[in-house]
Design a protein around this ligand. Structure first.
Ligand code: DQA
Length: 142
């Protein structure tokens, strides 16, 4: 199985941004963690990150046909990007929403995910392991 992982704005600042919420590990640590997990479990993984909404859509549109599934952490776009919602609706592979933090225990605007209805599942609040839960969900579902 192969999975496309796409991360949204400010996730490249992991380790620097609000470490009390997102942890002290860097974005590179996250990418290496995911690639190592993929290697160990025979899941091919490619990881992308962009701070720009249109670029996130371009990454998905240009790559989804090579993958069995998409895992997306749209970061703040989660809460208001109908463009990313439409993008996910327009591809024919299952999409899982992930978040490092527990978005239900933070500011009220984070409780709303406009992309959730386009996704088959959602994992949050477990740090890097939110992604692992998403990968394992997709492996079982296949
Ligand atoms: C986030 C949660 C979002 O609300 C926030 O805007 C982010 C990161 C998370 O992974 O916890 O940038 O998606």
């Amino acid at each position: 199985m192969n999975i496309l992982i796409v991360n949204g704005p400010n996730l490249n600042f992991l380790g620097l941004r609000e470490p009390e919420i997102y942890g002290k590990k860097s974005y590179n640590d996250l990418v290496n963690f995911l690639l190592a997990y993929g290697n160990m479990n025979r899941v091919e993984i490619e990881v992308y990150q962009s701070n720009c909404e249109g670029e996130i859509i371009n990454i998905i549109q240009n790559n989804y046909q090579r993958f069995d599934a998409l895992i997306i952490n749209p970061a703040a776009y989660t809460h208001y990007s109908y463009a990313i919602y439409d993008c996910i609706k327009s591809i024919n592979i299952p999409t899982v929403e992930v978040h490092l933090s527990d978005i239900y225990k933070r500011e009220s605007f984070r409780k709303i995910s406009v992309i959730e209805p386009a996704c088959v599942s959602k994992f949050y609040g477990k740090g890097f392991n939110s992604y692992i839960e998403a990968i394992n969900f997709l492996r079982k579902r296949k």
